[in-house]
Design a protein around this ligand. Structure first.
Ligand code: IDC
Length: 565
């Protein structure tokens, strides 16, 4: 099936300085990303993800998610691979090319600055569209520079005019003629020496893509682990919206119908699930209201005790959700996983000290199916549930958002049936949240084929500017049929995490959730320049924010949460 082609790619450190493009993440996350009903019409690809060796061979029907790097079609590929000897640490992917690293300084190079990134690519599916050819190409960028880098840029020459149809895990500047400039996404610019990251795109050209010339501009930039470094912020253009003034006013008491108890752990104790309700140790319904972190690997600075305390005391929240991405190059399964696991544990410990509930979120996204990294998940949840078995604070969310090909009965349910017993073996009381297909929108699939465990709730996620009445109707139907639901993540903007906020829809959602005693957590606790963020770029990671530190969403959520009793 698989045809491999290997070519040499020479890199000239400073020979080609590319400075004129930004890494606008909004480009990556535009469109129908999280709306599972929309796909790119003819861009159907299938097969095992070439860059995800753990892939169980699921079929992606379409690149619906621009985060998705698991869509590579292995059926007809070429790979260019001047990769260093250890270019694919931990990667058993058989498509990798021979280990050849070429660094070719020319006379313009400053030898001090000479760097070398190794890039391999796999040409995947190709299809005709309006007389042109669309081709999916997946890339692996390996840092063989000898030191950690803070961002990367590539220039691709396709030898013919090119248009970018989609790109994921990277950002593209406008192409000019046959040249295409690509830079890291905001979250995968930092690559440790010897480590790698992946990205992919769909390109439109006159003739099918055969070969790509690549030059690189990997820079040696000292890495920042602070979370809100300038590259995070500069790469993104937040979109502002005009907010109707009345939506920013605190909700009147009469607007809020809270049916459940609201409290901290010392007040509510060990939670459990009774019918559709989360209940406290005394059987009284409990509602958790709080905030989700952004990916804690990208914004670890905001996952600390000081900021959680501020949110607890000033925003009146009782829960923090810790989003730990799992995908390749993103999170837990990346080479930096030790640090990430420690960040999670520190954040859990902080919540315990603060008497707050905390949701440990296995944040699958580009993985699509939780089956892809099930072995890691088993290990992680076994470890965490043993460590925190005695703490009623901790709730486990075992798969953030299955999407793409991942089905409830074929992928998610069998996964949950393996993970839950491992958790329960250590911590028999724990509440477990299970994500549902189509980015945790298909709670109806779970209703039709529920899990046979106690103390389980099913995740529903919405983004108010994208998901409106039809998803609220689904929620009401499932709730009325007895399904216990938790909204572990929601946004007030669109599903890309950006775009205009829709606080009118946001209020409809929150009023509904309050009236049904459904718990909710807002995305996201960070200062990234995107609409979903609670904070403006540069806001302090310790709390004490002024209005001028808060985004529109931050002001809305602060007021919404604060005025609940
Ligand atoms: C988005 C972040 C964005 C980041 C992207 C990475 O807001 O900054 O670049 O992830 O893939 C979800 C996901 C959540 C998304 C969010 C907005 O759970 O990870 O965060 N979203 O797109 N589901 C629906 C929307």
């Amino acid at each position: 099936m698989k045809k491999l082609k290997h070519i040499m790619v020479a890199f000239m450190a400073s020979a080609l300085m590319i400075t004129s493009f930004g890494c606008a993440d909004s480009e990556m996350h535009s469109g129908a990303e999280q709306n599972g009903s929309q796909t790119t019409s003819s861009a159907t690809v299938s097969g095992n993800g070439a860059s995800t060796p753990q892939d169980n061979g699921g079929t992606s029907s379409a690149p619906v998610d621009d985060n998705d790097s698991t869509q590579a079609d292995t059926s007809d590929t070429g790979t260019s691979a001047p990769v260093g000897e250890n270019a694919h640490p931990g990667d058993t992917d058989s498509t990798s090319g021979p280990a050849v690293s070429v660094d070719t300084p020319d006379e313009n190079d400053d030898p001090q600055e000479s760097t070398s990134l190794s890039v391999s690519y796999t040409i995947g599916s190709s299809w005709e569209d309006g007389g042109k050819q669309c081709t999916q190409i997946d890339f692996v960028v390996n840092n063989s520079t000898g030191s950690d880098i803070g961002y990367w840029k590539l220039s691709l020459d396709l030898g013919q005019d090119v248009e970018v149809m989609q790109i994921w895990n990277a950002s593209a500047a406008e192409s000019s003629g046959s040249q295409l400039h690509i830079g890291n996404a905001e979250y995968n610019g930092q690559i440790a020496n010897g480590a790698e990251t992946t990205f992919g795109c769909i390109l439109k050209t006159n003739n099918a893509v055969q070969n790509i010339d690549i030059t690189s501009d990997g820079q040696k930039v000292s890495t920042s682990v602070g979370g809100s470094n300038s590259s995070n912020n500069d790469n993104n253009s937040g979109t502002s919206s005009t907010v109707p003034q009345d939506t920013l006013k605190p909700p009147a008491e009469s607007d809020i119908e809270v049916t459940g108890k609201y409290g901290l752990v010392s007040d509510c104790g060990q939670l459990s699930v009774k019918g559709t309700d989360l209940v406290g140790a005394d059987g009284t319904p409990v509602q958790l209201r709080g905030i989700s972190t952004h990916g804690i690997q990208w914004f670890p600075a905001f996952a600390n005790k000081s900021v959680f305390k501020y949110l607890r005391d000033e925003w009146n929240i009782n829960v923090i959700r810790l989003a730990m991405y799992t995908g390749a190059g993103e999170g837990y399964t990346d080479s930096t996983k030790t640090g990430i696991e420690q960040t999670v544990q520190n954040a859990v410990d902080a919540c315990i000290e603060l008497d707050m509930y905390v949701i440990v979120d296995w944040h699958i996204l580009q993985d699509q199916s939780p089956q892809v990294r099930k072995t890691d998940a088993l290990r992680f949840f076994d470890y965490m549930s043993e460590k925190y078995a005695d703490y009623p604070n901790v709730i486990y969310e075992i798969c953030n958002e299955p999407n793409g090909y991942a089905s409830w009965s074929g992928d998610v349910k069998p996964y949950a049936e393996e993970i839950i017993p491992v958790i329960r073996n250590n911590d028999p009381d724990s509440v477990v949240i299970v994500g549902t297909p189509t980015w945790s929108q298909d709670i109806d699939k779970a209703l039709a084929d529920p899990l046979d465990f106690d103390n389980v709730m099913y995740a529903l996620h919405y983004y108010a500017a994208t998901h409106t009445d039809w998803l609220r109707d689904r929620l009401k139907n499932c709730y009325n049929s007895g399904l216990p639901v938790m909204v572990t993540e929601f946004g007030n903007c669109d599903a890309s995490g950006n775009g205009a906020n829709n606080f009118g829809e946001a209020k409809k959602w929150l009023e509904l959730l309050d009236s049904l005693n459904i718990s909710y957590m807002n995305w996201s606790l960070c200062d990234k320049a995107e609409a979903a963020s609670l904070l403006k770029p540069g806001a302090s990671p310790t709390g004490g924010w002024k209005d001028s530190d808060l985004s529109e969403n931050g002001i809305f959520m602060r007021d919404w949460l604060k005025y609940h009793d």
